[in-house]
Design a protein around this ligand. Structure first.
Ligand code: AMP
Length: 283
């Protein structure tokens, strides 16, 4: 039976029981409002581990002051049904006060990798992500943790954090799950009205265009970015935050595809900021 708990103590108690039985544990960190992207991570954890913990927490610390913390969609009943259907065993659904007690004042902060892409437009974001993920790692102490390539910079940052801080957890990156028409699944897609939903296709279309150029041998990053940018600009409702190609480990911009790279974008469709990306080789 799948269980939902709200406190750190209850998670610890449950995981301790599993450990006594010699069971392995996977962790899937999420902000809830779960969709098939999240489900694919739960499936992967269920395959690799005896027990799967899904954290369901809209982490205030990773939102900037003018971002969508208040309006971020939430539906724990729907989430519980999805987690159960995909073989998850425990949902950790804390209140912000359970995660951040009065006087909370410790942070996990990262330089370099967080200074590009989303880190530029969301200056406090990765500090919030690294801090909450470190806490979740310490609370659950899983064998493995699962992250989507949809948030490619986040995956790179977490891998780097685990390496820098000698955290003994295997990080598994999972492929982007898309709608049938190409749009990457996201909890934020619910913000889109029907006209914006149509316009949002320009993200995946330009991703597929860039991917195709790389497949055909293009190695000049400016040429790829120009073609992708032109595609996005053909959509009146779209406004580019960034389209960039970076070294997939350091997240620093490159000019030539002479090493494994990440091509990533953030684009506003109306007021909704959406992201998408592709890796030039499987990592
Ligand atoms: P979120 O709830 O948006 O913070 O996402 C929780 C985890 O699910 C992150 O590791 C995301 O990268 C992953 N995820 C979200 N959307 C997708 C998707 N469309 N495909 C694969 N993974 C995803």
């Amino acid at each position: 039976m799948m269980k939902i708990v709200n406190t750190i103590d209850e998670v610890r108690r449950q995981v301790r029981e599993w450990r006594k039985e010699g069971l392995t544990v996977g962790l899937v960190p999420t902000m809830g409002y779960l969709h098939e992207g999240h489900a694919s991570l739960i499936d992967a954890s269920h395959r690799d581990n005896d027990r799967t913990v899904v954290s369901d927490f809209v982490n205030p610390m990773q939102f900037g002051p003018s971002e969508d913390l208040e309006s971020y969609p939430r539906d724990i009943e729907h989430d519980a049904a999805l987690v159960e259907a995909h073989g998850g065993d425990l949902i950790f659904h804390p209140e912000p006060s359970e995660m951040y007690h009065d006087g909370f004042s410790s942070f996990v902060d990262m330089t370099v990798l967080t200074e590009e892409l989303c880190g530029l437009s969301r200056p406090v974001h990765f500090r919030g992500v690294c801090t909450v993920v470190s806490k979740l790692f310490n609370i659950v102490q899983p064998d493995r943790a699962y992250f989507g390539k949809k948030d490619a910079q986040q995956l790179a940052v977490i891998r780097h954090m685990v390496d820098d801080l000698n955290i003994n957890i295997q990080i598994i990156g999972c492929p982007i799950i898309r709608e049938a028409d190409g749009l990457a699944k996201s909890s934020r897609n619910t913000y889109l009205n029907s006209q914006e939903r149509q316009a949002a296709l320009v993200l995946s279309q330009s991703i597929f265009l860039g991917e195709d150029m790389v497949r055909k041998g293009e190695t000049n990053c400016d040429a790829i970015i120009s073609a992708m940018t032109a595609k996005i600009k053909s959509e009146a409702l779209a406004e580019i935050d960034y389209v960039k190609i970076v070294d997939c480990k350091t997240m620093q911009q490159i000019k030539q595809l002479d090493r494994p790279a990440l091509c990533a974008m953030a684009v506003y469709i109306g007021k909704t900021r959406l992201i998408d990306n592709f890796f030039t080789e499987d990592i």
